[in-house]
Each structure stands twice: as C-alpha cells, then as structure tokens.
Design a protein around this ligand. Structure first.
Ligand SMILES: Cc1ncc(C[n+]2csc(CCOP(=O)(O)OP(=O)(O)O)c2C)c(N)n1
Length: 374
C-alpha cells in the first residue's frame, strides 16, 4: 500500500482555475490518488459506505415501483449520484447539520431520517418532514436553491452560539443560477460561517444542460468571487467525495470558514418520475456514462480485496429491498385521510376565509357522497 497522509488533504491545492479535481479511485477500481485518502477511510469503511449505496439504490427502486403503481405522487431518483450522496454525508459528525435539496435520499437516511418519512413526503404528506428529535436535517426543499439561505442562517446561528456544528448544504447545478445561491454564498463569505456548500453537478437542470447554466468553465470557481475556496471532485468516486468533504467539514469546524465543493456526477435516470429524458438527451449519451456508475468501481475494488462476493451482495440487496417494502407500507399507514388536515394546520386560529372554504369543501364532499349513492 502506498504512502497515506495521516492528516487531512490540503484543499487549497485544488484551485478550480487550475483544472485539477480530487480523484482517488478511477472507474476501473484502481487507486489513483491514494495520497489523498484519509487514514480513517479504511477498506472496512469503504465496504460500509458501499453497502449504503446498495441500500440507496434499493430505496430508490422501491420509490419508482410505488410511483408507477400510483402509490406515490412523484420522486426524484438518485441513480448515478449515490457516491455524491453517501460519501459527503458520511463526513459529518454528531451535532452537525445537513440542509438537503430534494435529491438527497441517501444523505438524509445516513443522518438518521427514516426512509418511511422520505416516502411519506413524496406521497404528498407534510408529516414526512416531521423528523425525530435530534435528527439534524432540514426538511426536503422543493423550491430550488432556497435552502442555501436556510443552511447559512443555521450555520451563522451556531457560530454566534459558540457551537462547533458545521452545516452541509446540498443543491444542484441549476440552483447556482438562482439569486438565493449568490446571496447565501455572499453572506457566508462575509460572516465567515461554518458551511460546506455541496453542489451535485449532475449535468442537467431538468432539460437544461450544464453548458447552458453558466458561462464559467466550472461551478467551483464561483466561490472565488465570494472570497472563499472552491474545489472540484469526481462526484462518482466515493473515496474522493468522502475525502474532500471530510477535509472541508473539518476546516469549517476549525474556524476556516465556508467552502464550495462541486461534485461532478451524472444523473443516469430521469429528473423525476414525471420527466422523459429522451426528449432532451440521447440514450447513447447515457450509455457512455454507464461505465462511470459510482457503485461499479467500488464493487470492483472491494472484490479485488476479497471483501465482497456476488452472494454477499445479493443477500444484502434483498435485505434492503425487503426493508424498503416495509418502509413503504409503514408510510402508507401514516397517510391521513382526514380532509380537515388541508385546513387545520395553517394558523393557530383559523381566519374566516379558511373556515368558509373548509365548510364549502365539506358541502362538496357531502354532495359527492350523495351522488355516489345514486
Ligand atoms: C424556485 C423554483 N423554480 C423552479 C422549480 C422547478 N424545478 C424543480 S427541480 C428544477 C431543476 C433543478 O435543477 P438542479 O438544481 O440542477 O438540481 P437537480 O434537479 O438536477 O438535482 C426546477 C427548475 C422549482 N422547484 N423551484
């Protein structure tokens, strides 16, 4: 085994203008940047994180099945972005905060959000955002980029209170074109907040390709304009994502201020279950990206080390598929069929116009029942 630096990689070595990016494991499972691998990232830990990626794929697949069967409204799959999800969230420590966008199923599970709540949210129930006490994860955020401001606010509050908590904020490449992103980055730079901005650059914002999102060659370099560093990482390389995020988190915790990580990945599936990607990209393009599948390379690496076999993986996968089916059933059992819920939780005292709407809705439902009875 080659030299392994005990400490943490030097992030300043990866100025995005130099074109360099953090890479440790190539797509054929070869270690090409072992000097960047932190000592804590042992093969056992790689196996553990790989297992979580397998779990995430099973959880995603179950969501697709639910949606196809009409049991879930919509769902944004993580397919192809498992390393970016798992490798980054694994770098957080107890007490840290995670601010998700909406394509972070794996990251959220890793930080303690029950899968059934994520399913419940996508089934249309806001109770899916009601996380257990002590889970430091903000709710899924559908309005693009608005969560970046929430994440900076939380980090600033932690700093003012003298806490050592870091806030990891997720967003997509499309989100970097929103004003919220720029306000959040500017505020973080000025107030030197303990934030890690984690961009899952999956090359598309629904149908808009990355090339039309910004005129800059990289997204990472946007940090320079706000006075703090940015860096690029191979977002399909679990080891690189973990190493870069761990270094960024520990830098922020030690008072080093904010940092932007651009994880370069690729969305292999549709934007959501409501999207047909064939309308804006060719199947050939996707085929070209399949060898870069983030699970494939780790699997090859672990197999060479004798740490995984087909049988072990099949058993683990089937276990996760069963777990996901169980979580889906539990989520469905939590759905409220009480129409009053639409009205009752907006205000502590219902304003007259809502009271009127609620009564009106009840009259419609009664009329419908009457009609159904014939
Ligand atoms: C403020 C706002 N505008 C538009 C939308 C519709 N919308 C949902 S996801 C999305 C694209 C987001 O792209 P990106 O930030 O790259 O993240 P990705 O979906 O690729 O993970 C858009 C435009 C929205 N949810 N919120």
């Amino acid at each position: 085994m080659g030299h392994r630096r005990e400490g943490i990689m030097n992030l300043e070595d990866f100025n995005p203008l130099s074109g360099k990016r953090v890479e440790i494991l190539d797509e054929e499972g070869n270690l090409i940047g072992e000097e960047l691998r932190p000592a804590v990232l042992t093969d056992e830990m790689v196996l553990e994180l790989y297992d979580k990626m397998v779990m995430l794929r099973a959880a995603d697949q179950q969501a697709l099945t639910l949606q196809r069967a009409g049991r879930m409204g919509t769902y944004p799959p993580t397919l192809g972005q498992e390393a970016a999800n798992i490798g980054s969230a694994a770098a957080l420590e107890t007490g840290d905060w995670l601010t998700p966008s909406f394509r972070e199923t794996g990251a959220m599970i890793l930080r303690g959000v029950p899968l059934k709540l994520i399913y419940l949210y996508w089934m249309g129930s806001e109770w899916g955002s009601h996380f257990p006490e002590g889970v430091n994860v903000l709710p899924i955020c559908a309005p693009v980029s608005t969560q970046t401001l929430h994440g900076v606010g939380l980090a600033w509050a932690a700093k003012l209170k003298g806490e050592r908590a870091v806030n990891l904020i997720y967003f997509g490449d499309g989100a970097t074109s929103k004003g919220d992103f720029h306000e959040a980055m500017n505020f973080a730079g000025v107030f030197f907040t303990p934030n890690v901005f984690f961009c899952q650059n999956n090359q598309y914002s629904i149908s808009v390709p990355r090339s039309q999102q910004t005129a800059t060659p990289t997204l990472a370099q946007k940090a320079i304009g706000y006075g703090f560093p940015g860096l690029m990482v191979d977002g399909n390389d679990l080891l690189a994502v973990y190493a870069a995020t761990q270094a960024a988190v520990s830098r922020a915790r030690e008072g080093g201020g904010p940092i932007l990580i651009e994880a370069q990945t690729y969305r292999l599936g549709p934007h959501t279950t409501a999207d047909d990607p064939n309308r804006y990209r060719t199947p050939d393009e996707v085929k070209e990206r399949e060898p870069f599948d983030p699970l494939r390379r780790v699997r090859i690496y672990l197999e060479r080390k004798g740490l995984i076999t087909d049988d072990i993986e099949r058993e683990r996968r089937e276990g996760y598929e069963q777990m996901a089916r169980g979580e889906a059933r539990e989520a469905e059992a939590m759905i409220s069929l009480n129409p009053d819920d639409l009205f009752d939780f907006h205000y502590s005292q219902m304003p007259p116009y809502l009271t009127w709407q609620k009564e009106y809705y009840h009259r419609i439902l009664a009329a419908q029942r009457e009609f159904d009875r014939g």
